[in-house]
Design a protein around this ligand. Structure first.
Ligand code: PMP
Length: 404
């Protein structure tokens, strides 16, 4: 019996990556890794979560926290998020908010909601690998999101039609994107919206890193710009996906969607069919901790991560050979590096692990096609400052050896 002969066709695009195999070597204690994309666990508000969990499990609350609950999410958390969205320039009510099991689940459900096989999703080149994974299950075609480019909307739609579908959405992360660290300017956000109007497609705004800004002015979310223009959230094509993973805890798996009610209502049906609802105990704990000093906690996180970013940028200035370029992110967790043409990030990772015990993610993984082999992603939120110094020094040696 060949078990994989029973798998539905859509599974053929869901592959384990070779890079994951290489990254298993990271378990060795002497490897300095810039490969992760995770928060520093020392900064989790664990004490606050202990109190919040104890409260949620008290005699008074256990009937709620341990019971089934509604698919839309825990009402006080939805209320808190409606207020938070209002502060971010998106005045809305709790009925514009759906709680999801991490924003990753929102990406999965949005793929399920919008993509028929052969429909087109416009994505950055590169883009978040997990978005490609989530959308891939629905068998789309990916095309380049290039709102500043010269391709007319009619041509983009014509290509989508030739592939057997329509452009359904643009997906992007406008603040400190994973993997590039790049932030879109106000004007670029407006161009994303204008292009979506011209294409008549939805916009998925992935705001996973939005609270982690270390310098510069906050730029309003794309949803806020659209709402200002249209005056009615239910007429907006932008769907905002938020997450507590980068601020309070990724392990609790709490994210949210803020969007027009017709989108929320349909997502609620998918949520009912998918997992009924997000874990109530976790929603209660996050609601408690968020209400008790979300801003203070993110300020603390930003101070820590800013110092690490500064250290990484300083070390890169000091140790990188000529011909290597990198981004200077205003927030988030990643620096994106571009090597001279012809170099290969995956080959370099093998050499880096073998010769210098330093790791990163080869950038090719973040492209829907074979592009970007001469790029790589460096994370600065996990390693400490001494590891950043030493690791970047090692990476400089690996690059010099590869370029000589
Ligand atoms: N979007 C982006 C851009 C991410 O980097 C991540 C996590 N790495 C997610 C979404 C998913 O996060 P979560 O499901 O933990 O909210």
């Amino acid at each position: 019996m060949q078990i994989d002969s029973f798998f539905a066709a859509r599974n053929s695009r869901m592959k384990a990556s070779e890079i994951r195999e290489l990254l298993k070597l990271l378990d060795q204690p002497d490897v300095i890794s810039f490969a992760g994309g995770i928060p520093d666990p020392a900064l989790f508000p664990a004490e606050k979560f202990r109190d919040a969990m104890a409260d949620a499990l008290s005699d008074q609350n256990q009937g709620l926290s341990l019971q089934y609950s509604t698919s839309e999410g825990y009402p006080p958390l939805r209320e808190w998020l409606a207020q938070r969205m209002t502060q971010l320039g998106v005045p809305c009510g709790a009925d514009n908010i759906l709680i999801t099991s991490g924003s990753q689940q929102a990406l999965d459900y949005l793929g399920k909601l919008f993509l028929s096989p052969n429909d087109t999703a416009l994505v950055g080149w590169p883009t978040y690998l997990g978005a490609l994974g989530a959308f891939n299950a629905y068998e789309p075609r990916f095309d380049r999101l290039d709102p500043m480019g010269n391709r007319a909307a009619a041509d983009v739609q014509a290509d989508a039609a030739a592939a057997g579908g329509k452009v359904k959405f643009s997906y992007l992360s406008p603040d400190f994107a994973n993997p590039t660290g790049i932030t879109l300017s106000l004007q670029e956000r407006q161009q994303v919206l204008a292009q979506a109007e011209a294409l008549d497609c939805m916009v998925i705004e992935d705001a996973a890193y939005q609270s982690l800004r270390y310098e510069g002015e906050e730029i309003p979310p794309i949803l806020s710009l659209e709402l200002t223009e249209k005056g009615d959230l239910d007429q907006c094509r932008t769907i905002y996906c938020g997450s507590f993973s980068k601020t309070l805890s990724p392990g609790l798996r709490i994210g949210w969607v803020c969007a027009a009610r017709p989108v929320i209502d349909q997502l609620v049906l998918l949520k009912q069919a998918g997992d009924l609802h997000t874990a109530t105990l976790n929603q209660m704990a996050v609601a408690h901790v968020a209400a008790d000093g979300f801003e203070d906690h993110t300020r603390l996180l930003c101070a820590h991560y800013k110092a690490r970013r500064d250290r990484m940028l300083a070390a890169l200035d000091q140790h990188m050979p000529k011909g290597v370029e990198w981004t200077r992110p205003e927030g988030g967790m990643f620096v994106w590096m571009t090597l001279p043409k012809g170099m290969d990030g995956a080959d370099l990772l093998a050499a880096a692990l073998r010769d210098e015990k330093v790791a990163f993610v080869p950038g090719g993984a973040f492209y829907p096609d074979d592009d970007g082999r001469n790029t790589l992603r460096l994370n600065f939120s996990s390693p400490n400052q001494a590891q950043i110094d030493e690791g970047i020094k090692r990476l400089g040696r690996v690059l010099r050896a590869a370029m000589s």
